[in-house]
Design a protein around this ligand. Sequence first.
Ligand code: AMP
Ligand code: ZN
Length: 663
Amino acid sequence: MKEKEQILKLRKELSQHNHSYYVLDKPTITDFEFDIKLKQLQVLEINYPQLFDSSSPTQRVGGEVTKNFETIVHTQRMYSLDNSYSKEDLMDWEVRLRKMVDGPIEFTCELKYDGASISLTYENGLLVQALTRGDGTQGDNVTANIKTIKSVPLKLRGNYPSKFEIRGEIVLPFVGFRALNEEKIAAGEEPYKNPRNTASGSLKLQDSTEVARRPLECLLYSIVGENTGIKTQFDNLEKARSWGFKVPSVAKISNSIDDVLEFVNYWDVHRHELPYETDGIVVKVNSLFQQAELGFTAKAPRWAMAYKFKSEQVSTRLENISYQVGRTGAITPVAILKPVELAGTIVKRASLHNADQIEKLDVRTGDWVYVEKGGEIIPKIMGVDLSRRVQDSDKSFYINSCPECKSTLVRKDGEAQHYCPNDMGCLPQIIGRIQHYISRKALDIEGLGGETVALLVNEGLIRDYADLYELTTDQIIHLDRMASKSADNLVNGVQASKQVSFERVLFGLGIRYVGETVAKKLAKHYKSIQALSEATLEDLETVDEIGIKIAESVVTFFKNEINIRIVSRLMLYGVQLELSKEVLLNQTAKLQGQRFVISGIFEIVSRNELKELIDSNGGKVVSSISAKTSFIVAGLNMGPSKRSKADSLKVPIITEQQFLDML
Ligand code: AMP
Ligand code: ZN
């Protein structure tokens, strides 16, 4: 059929022009010619719907509307990056790397694009899915929106693996950002604050036609997948480029930290010439084999490091210092500032950390202070502009009683923070504990938010988290802004929380220093709240990674009559206070006390499965060999220096199979 050929020809031609224009920045025809051809194709496609192709260039104009973005679990977690700010930080990192890998280490240096992260999946050369980072474990399916971005190839070229994931950043270049804002202003609307927020906001627009109108770009930096045949990060970049992705060409290979710093210093100045925002550079260990050896911490890859450019600073007047009481009674001084714009947002408050910090900076009400925004959400006060200090200003005095309940504050030796000791009678502590209990990573109670908790406490309906389980619809329906539906939701949400696992409940109890990870460790070790509450200091300290501070805090918690009563009420209501049967079944103590180093490439189970097996059988995975290592599980390609270190320390090396036999 003649039309079929014509459609295929136009599709190919237009894809080629798209690639030249948006990926290579080298237009091959005029916009006008392009539009004509696109129109032709659109008309042909309407007449021949049987020739529909989801990767056709006509699909980029959008049209799909997504009401609710589906949440999907990432096949491989999307990590964040560790940050460094100085040469020393980078050198310390290199020292850590050398302890864990063999042979010379090469680095790749890339720019750190400041936008919204994205993970794209391709199957047989076609884009099949695009997920936002979300919380790293799961993200939103924004495929329809991503398809409208012209630099995202819908169909790959060259010799690509049949299935892989590729990750990058969606950015909004300055030119496009300015153009969008001009339109906004012309329409009498509030302009967008900065390119980054606009880019990430765009991904979640419901109407993909609107996304298509925004000149977003997608810059790619990593390929995920075990059997791509690629050996280095630098090759990753080149391969991705050859398949049609937009990969900035400024990346380079360095053989030393000094060389990395040259790259940093160059781009710290020249980044202002780039068409999009960057907030630093990313250094990665180039060898993918070494990357696999290094693995990940709970938060970030060990093989990568961000180096942040110095952040923006402004000065403004300190109007007042106010004091907040947290759920643990910790007092945080907060600087109330004359509102000022900083990196695209209006800043009104900044953190002052603690009494020592105020003393050190000698900040006084009325001072002009330098405010800086680092990675944190709340900006920091960096110093005082003494040239603008008014004469006879008064030195700041830290408060000595709680701003909420007037109790005398305490400060333990060696601690920076002041605390209000009145934990059972101080309102923000009472409210804060319940808010923590219901928070997302704890009991995650649906239908109940922080403000409602405050309202319920203020109305005298609850005093601790156990009280939640006695709430009835009748009690809360009269409250301000509480419709009968929300009252039902709240009560149902509370009931549903009885299914939440023990480790999260333990975290939710709000024992000081027992964060998410510690809660998991303790839950796994003691298996029930009963056993944990009976543990002695010495006993707790034998648990891996539990130090004296945590041990003391746990013991203190369970010594308190009030806490005991609350916990037994939770038990009565049916909250999970021991590990579930399924978890227990998969756990043994066969590897109790054993420390493992994993090295090389494995064939029977994946590296992650291996780690999980060690973990759930009571063993511990450590990253470098020492005299305390019990076994090295070695796959293919274990490095020679690891081998000789193992030999000299007489640490037995076992194969994957031998390890599995141990279980
Ligand atoms: P952060 O969110 O500050 O922990 O930094 C991690 C994020 O940096 C990642 O999630 C990426 O989205 C982003 N990023 C930007 N450029 C790069 C790059 N060249 N390599 C790796 N990550 C990058
Ligand atoms: Zn108080």
